[in-house]
Design a protein around this ligand. Sequence first.
Ligand code: FE2
Ligand code: FE2
Length: 167
Amino acid sequence: MHEKSQVLLNKAVADELHAVHQYMYFHFHCDDQGYDLLANLFKKTAIEEMLHVEKLAERILFLKGDVEMVAAYPVEKIHDVKGMLKKAAQMEHESAKEYNQWANECSANADSVSKQLFESLVADEERHFDQFDVESENLEKFGDRYLALQSIERSKVRGSLTGGTAE
Ligand SMILES: [Fe+2]
Ligand SMILES: [Fe+2]
């Protein structure tokens, strides 16, 4: 049933799995470097991408296909925050563009449910793009102070600046 849609839905699964892997990789490195705000943003977004995989998988199975659980690309080992945000924004931009096209293709093939699914993903990817873009602008505007502030926040939260006991 709707073989062409199944191909597109599986391509989206591959993109989403790549995003899950890439963003969790960024999460690990931001967490390691003490940038909690960005670490949380990457983790939260990775979880949303995983939920996208779930929605796509449900639709593929409904159409009597099977889910190819293979990421579209290997993880890029980027360790600097500027590069991470640039890569993430670029991935979101690409996904939104592709999903718009694929929504149109599903519509042309009289599969309006898959079309609507792709449209709902476009809205999420545009929101993700905006979040990464805002953080990129903040980094551009405030430079190293933007990163220093995140490290200081972590120290505050962990009590080493405020509630820590002097020994
Ligand atoms: Fe997604
Ligand atoms: Fe996304």
